[in-house]
Design a protein around this ligand. Structure first.
Ligand code: FE2
Ligand code: FE2
Ligand code: FE2
Length: 169
């Protein structure tokens, strides 16, 4: 692919990805504000942006088998853990931006777990099979994104939220 086309596709992928996420966040807000139909519109259009992002991503050759896809995930999570969030958190501390320190800390703690879970999944899907069904549900803290497999703790070890508020997948 020509370098310029590739660069444009990458930019478009980033833009569509952000639009997708923004619309989902706005949908949650509309839902909370008692506007379920507006929430529905946000979610529908968020899905359209996901379709666009998927098309750009595919054309870039970034959709591969589980081993390669998981490697991309591991590399991304490790980058966030080893470089990105520690630096962002430090910068936010330096500038006394409490909210940013908190959101960077929450992300950093969860990404550590994601990197490990993805590496484990990569090992277990080596032969092309799926990961174990008895792995149990994966639960996510709605406040900080803390991620846990199987039994949910009484309180989130990162932010202290109640385990009963965790969202299961
Ligand atoms: Fe779009
Ligand atoms: Fe992550
Ligand atoms: Fe949490």
């Amino acid at each position: 692919m020509h370098a310029m086309t590739k660069e444009f596709l990458e930019t478009a992928f980033a833009g569509e990805s952000q639009a997708h996420m923004r619309y989902l966040i706005f949908a949650d807000k509309a839902e909370k504000d008692g506007q379920p139909n507006l929430a529905r519109l946000f979610r529908a259009i968020a899905y359209a942006e996901q379709v666009h992002a998927t098309n750009h991503f595919r054309e870039l050759g970034n959709i591969q088998g589980a081993t390669e896809n998981l490697q991309a995930c591991i590399d991304g999570e490790n980058f966030e853990v080893d470089e990105m969030y520690p630096v962002y958190q430090n910068a936010a501390e330096f500038q006394q931006e409490k909210g940013a320190v908190r959101s960077a800390h929450f992300a950093l703690e969860a990404e550590k777990i994601h990197a490990v879970m993805y590496a484990d999944a990569q090992e277990k899907t080596q032969g092309g099979g799926d990961i174990d069904i008895d792995i149990g549900i994966v639960s996510i803290c709605p406040i900080c994104g803390y991620t846990v497999e199987g039994e949910v703790p009484k309180f989130c070890p990162v932010c202290g939220a109640k385990g009963e508020t965790f969202k299961g997948f």
